[in-house]
Design a binder for this molecule. Sequence first.
Ligand code: TXA
Ligand code: MG
Length: 354
Amino acid sequence: METKVWRVNPKFPDPKAIAEAAEIIRKGGLVAFPTETVYGLGANALDETAVRKIFAAKERPAWDPIIVHICDLAMLEQLVEDVTDKLAELANRFMPGPLTVVMRKKPIVPDAVTAGLPTVAVRMPNHPVALALIKAAGVPIAAPSANKFGRPSPTTAEHVLQDLAGRIDGILDAGPTQVGVESTVIDLTKTPPVILRPGGVSKERLEEVLGEVIVESRPPSDVEAGLPSPGMMPRHYAPSVPVILANGSTSELEKVVGQLKSQGYEPSQIGVLMPEDWLTGEEGLVIFRWGRWGEWDEMAQKLFEGLRWLERQKVSVIVAPLPPPVGLGLAIRDRLTKASSSTNQASNCQGNSR
Ligand code: TXA
Ligand code: MG
């Protein structure tokens, strides 16, 4: 299949392009579109057959449920059993925005969307193109990130095409996305609510509305040693080369780079997600300028772009410093830790540059 690309203005998208894309969604096809977080791969959320095509295009396992995107609160009521006070408050504050709420679902939501769960994840994206598309389609749109399963999420249309060209009907290209990491997923069926995935809305901001919230704990990783913990976490957000984490300081980063060199890596084989204000004389390393350390929003925006860019430079390994768990630093940590968990090459690469 040929993938049609509509280039649209991010603030004032051409209504004709939106109408064409919406028609494809209504007819059961797949259209990728920008949100404020990352690009999504959309299908009519109420059409089970259409939703199954998402899983096929992404090679996503059927057990992983998909977020349903809405453009107004009437659609929210259509999907969830009960708009509780907590949900109403969150909706007031963060819809539209990079927040996904998990609630008990109504029967109208197909099992393919929720992987058979009694709950549904819903969000209202804060992007004029996404909102216009949902409105024109007239149905809620199920959309995971528009990457092949397990790969870094796409923050440009180019990234989407790298993974999915020829597998989807079209893509609305409105340039790079703003937030750069995915939405925060919060389970409101639990008391206190549980953050299942840290993302674009920080824990601190959620606590202002909800009081106590819990971040789902993950298995420990051996970040202390600058090494990933093999097999501890599901592989996700991962480029095709190993990612090695360093604790968040210049000296730790230098230590990890030094270890890799002593293991036989040439500098030109080592890619670094490098905070701009840490740049010194790293001769020969492949450097992605990752924004300023401490500017977590800026670093979140560039995270997946950096991973994909370094991968395309054909480095053999990517080194990244790990931010502290504050603000969007928490989401960056989560993505990097998962990206590195696919990697046990750190221990396999001794004396061997591959
Ligand atoms: O920012 C985002 O959230 C992007 C854009 C496109 O909206 N979407 C996104 O979707 O990241 P995806 O499929 O890549 O991640 C959705 C996450 C998955 O971790 C999934 O397991 C979880 O949300 N999820 C979906 N439905 C759920 C449910 N009913 N209960 C618990 N987790 C759910
Ligand atoms: Mg994803």
